[in-house]
Design a protein around this ligand. Structure first.
Ligand code: SF4
Length: 174
């Protein structure tokens, strides 16, 4: 059979490279902290993200999950776009009867309390990159502007999870 008779499958998932920057400066970064050596000088604009989502939802097969992934740089450097894209894709996919899911790969240091309900209330696969202890993290993945990120990472995560626990505990709601 010649190759031109093999039909190309339609996409069932996309990865949106939403951020062109990162707050860390990992020694091994392949992405130039999101800028890819100047190839991606600006974060993704909303009209680009929306067009990509529209195109995916228009061709996705209804019987299988549809996945929209968020990458960077550090994707939460473009937090507003992630929140908008999730709301938009959830509503649009719902109207089309599609099972829309999400994924994000993050260094975890820019997560803020309002992000946790987003990740919990939607079908999200969350990958957090962490190299090891706070000391290892500080050595290999310093903040871009100087200083370690390891201890800050732990403090931020504790703060976020505690604020969520308080909100969701029955006692806190009384
Ligand atoms: S967290 Fe990721 S994007 Fe940011 S500097 Fe490290 S490897 Fe690069």
């Amino acid at each position: 059979m010649s190759l031109d008779r093999i039909s190309e499958p339609l996409p069932q998932s996309i990865s949106l490279n939403v951020s062109s920057s990162c707050n860390l400066g990992c020694a091994y970064c392949y992405a130039g902290r999101g800028g890819f050596a100047g190839v991606q000088p600006r974060p993704m604009a909303w009209d680009v993200a929306r067009a990509a989502i529209d195109r995916l939802l228009a061709v996705a097969e209804p019987g299988a999950p549809v996945t929209i992934g968020f990458l960077g740089g550090e994707p939460f450097a473009n937090r507003k776009l992630i929140h908008e894209a999730v709301a938009y894709a959830t509503a649009s996919g719902g109207r089309l009867g599609l099972d829309v899911r999400f994924s994000v790969t993050t260094n975890g240091t820019l997560l803020r309390a309002p992000d946790l309900p987003l990740l919990r209330r939607h079908p999200f696969a969350v990958t957090v990159s962490l190299d090891g202890s706070a000391e290892v993290q500080d050595a290999q993945r310093p903040r871009h502007r100087g200083g370690g990120a390891g201890r800050a990472w732990l403090i931020e995560w504790r703060r976020c999870w505690r604020s969520q626990e308080k909100r969701s505990s029955p006692r806190a709601r009384q």
